[in-house]
Design a protein around this ligand. Structure first.
Ligand code: KPL
Length: 293
């Protein structure tokens, strides 16, 4: 297949490298420096070097026909990319973002091509602009947001060492991931702890459980089942620093708007714990920005 992957972050590099072994992959990066580096050095994943075509965003207009677009940019960069991509997309578009804000704006328009949303369960760490480490082997799950194409695509892309699985219900799939992120990410970033520590202290666990209930209620998903899932993810990733914890440590923008912000926007009743973590992360980010200036 001819696949265009947008985004040279950890997930974009991982997807391009894994899919590039079997398909004709083009990787679209924000900077020309990154695409030049990938062109010269190849994409490094463990011991493997995978050759993919890399182009900077500025050259998008000349891409010609492709079979699928996979958008791997962070939620806060998505809207700007999408305004441009929707004019050029000529095939199914797959969105691999944390959070759910994109589902709101994608549902108000009609498109001539299928829109698919995905949930990434892999751990990936960008080492440099052309090297990615696969830190947690898991799966990518895809579901249709509009049209019926995700199952066909899954059958073409799924491989034993890079599973891509079909899900029937996009809301349940993304909602379940969002609830885990709404609990684990802000709490670990505020408390500066590894994921596993949230279940090691009854006080942390108590707050985590209430956050989970607020998020589950806001999304209309069953709370007890969601709490069991959050506990499972905390245990499975207990040695990890969450992505938000790492973002705060590095002074980067966080995904709080598309995670806790989404819960606040969709809640039908007060969500005081979610408000607290939402404003805490905003405040911590500003503090960090000031320190770095
Ligand atoms: O997705 C994650 C993240 O850190 O963003 C979890 C599941 C919390 C694993 O760390």
């Amino acid at each position: 297949m001819k696949i265009n992957v947008i985004g040279g972050g950890a997930i974009g590099l991982l997807a391009a490298a894994k899919l590039g072994r079997f398909h004709d992959v083009r990787l679209l990066t924000r900077t020309r420096e990154q695409s030049d580096e990938i062109t010269v050095k190849g994409l490094h994943l463990g011991d493997e070097v995978i050759t993919v075509e890399a182009l900077p965003a500025a050259d998008w207009q000349d891409l010609g026909q492709s079979d699928v677009w996979i958008v791997c940019v962070k939620q806060y960069d998505l809207q700007a990319i999408w305004e441009k991509l929707k004019l050029h997309a000529n095939a199914a578009v797959v969105f691999l973002q944390n959070g759910m804000n994109h589902t709101d704006f994608l549902q108000v328009e009609d498109f001539d091509y299928p829109i698919i949303v995905g949930s990434v369960e892999h751990g990936a760490l960008r080492i440099n602009s052309h090297t990615v480490e696969h830190t947690g082997e898991a799966a990518i799950r895809l579901a249709d947001l509009s049209d019926h194409y995700a199952e066909v695509l899954v059958n073409q892309l799924n491989k034993p060492d890079f599973p891509i699985l079909f899900e029937q219900n996009w809301h349940m799939m993304l909602g379940t991931k969002l609830i885990a992120n709404a609990v684990i990410n802000p709490l670990t970033a505020i408390y500066r702890v590894k994921n596993g520590e949230l279940l090691e202290h009854p006080a942390f666990e108590r707050i985590a459980k209430v956050l989970c209930k607020e998020a589950a209620d806001a999304l209309g998903l069953e709370g007890v089942q969601q709490w069991a899932n959050v506990r499972r993810i905390i245990n499975a990733t207990k040695a990890n620093l969450s992505s938000m914890h790492r973002d705060i440590q590095a002074g980067r923008q966080t995904e709080i708007e598309s995670i806790s912000g989404y819960v606040r926007d969709h809640a039908k009743q007060a969500v005081p714990y979610t408000d607290f973590v939402y404003y805490s992360i905003l405040g911590l980010t500003k503090q960090q920005e000031r320190t770095y200036l």
